[in-house]
Design a protein around this ligand. Structure first.
Ligand SMILES: *Cc1c(COP(=O)(O)O)cnc(C)c1O
Length: 334
């Protein structure tokens, strides 16, 4: 199967599995798994933060971060299309007693500064206490403009808010913009990074921030059921990815651009691609289900859930992309 549904579908390679089986482990709930400690320190160093904390998922890492920044009755400002608002089951409200204040994302994924400013509530018993600005980079495959991030986080700081980045794919953003990941993380108090996406690990996210914030998040991780035991096995996969898979993200980005160019030649579909590993194709509604079925018969999986999204990753080759372009052409030529 050529699986373009998401970059979460990558399978661990033989050498990643070898690194996992060779991992030295301890009990991470007691804080003595040496491989987890090494991963947390490595990512903290890479992102320029004091400390890191290993999580089973990005959803839990984001939620623990929100709960570390905001108390019951506090509020976070977030995009309508942000993962931390739209795709995490309402966890901040359900489990954190935190009120989301969503703002419509601009087409480039940013939250307009005037709308952020207008959403910050005065200190008054009528209102939830606005505590946090949460952004996402990449968002919908787009890299947030660096000058925008600088302005938005400055505005947040000026108004006494803390800042969180959902950096599930921040390494894609760093590679696409040819900047150290540390620069992209610098404006934020905390950043959540996924290893289970394009970086190709089977499981795992790391939250980074100040030592004080990570201590609070560590308590919430335990409460949320995310305290794991010999999780060095999983952390070893993430360390392997950090050492061997970051630069290769550029190949996924090239493949996405190549796929977008191929699909753009086909009449009837309108293609949008951004600098990273996602291609969105506007396909007439009537064609969505039949095209999905047609491709599936040819061993190609894609998802029609958020428009028609094709996601490239390390388990998809340039030759696979040629196969996909040919299959979509064949469908529209019938
Ligand atoms: C995947 C993803 C997450 C976390 O997802 P999990 O499946 O819980 O690991 C968070 N934010 C964004 C933007 C993501 O793409």
């Amino acid at each position: 199967m050529i699986d373009l549904r998401s970059d979460t579908v990558t399978r661990p390679s033989q050498s990643m599995l070898a690194a996992m089986s060779a991992a030295e482990v301890g009990d991470d709930v007691w804080g003595d798994d040496p491989t987890v400690i090494r991963l947390q320190a490595a990512l903290a160093e890479r992102t320029g933060k004091e400390a890191g904390l290993f999580f089973p998922s990005g959803t839990q890492s984001n939620l623990a971060a929100l709960m570390a920044h905001c108390a019951r009755g506090d509020e976070y400002i977030v995009g309508q299309s942000a993962h931390t608002y739209k795709y995490e089951g309402g966890g901040a409200a359900v489990l954190g007693s935190i009120q989301p204040q969503p703002i419509e994302n601009a087409p480039d994924g940013s939250l307009p500064l005037d709308k952020i400013a207008a959403a910050i509530k005065p200190i008054d018993n009528h209102f939830a206490r606005t505590r946090l600005l949460a952004l996402e980079n990449t968002i919908g495959g787009k890299v947030l403009p660096a000058d925008y991030v600088a302005k938005a986080t400055q505005l947040a700081r000026d108004r006494g808010l803390s800042t969180h980045l959902d950096g599930a794919r921040v390494f894609n953003a760093a590679v696409a913009s040819d900047k150290p990941v540390r620069d992209l993380c610098a404006p934020f108090d905390s950043v959540s990074v996924c290893f289970s996406k394009g970086l190709g690990a089977p499981v795992g996210s790391v939250l980074v921030g100040s030592k004080a914030l990570i201590d609070v998040a560590s308590r919430w991780r335990k409460v949320l059921g995310g305290g794991m035991r010999q999780s060095g096995l999983l952390a070893a996969a993430c360390l392997y990815a950090l050492d061997h898979h970051v630069d290769a993200l550029a190949q996924d980005h090239d493949n996405a651009a190549y796929l977008a160019a191929g699909l753009a030649q086909i009449d009837g579909i309108d293609v949008q691609s951004h600098a990273t590993n996602m291609v969105f194709a506007q396909i007439p509604e009537a064609h969505c289900a039949p095209l999905e079925a047609f491709l599936k018969e040819r061993g190609i999986l894609m998802q029609m859930l958020y428009a028609s999204r094709f996601v490239t990753h390390r388990d998809v080759s340039r030759a696979d992309i040629d196969t996909v372009i040919r299959a979509v052409k064949d469908y529209f030529a019938r």
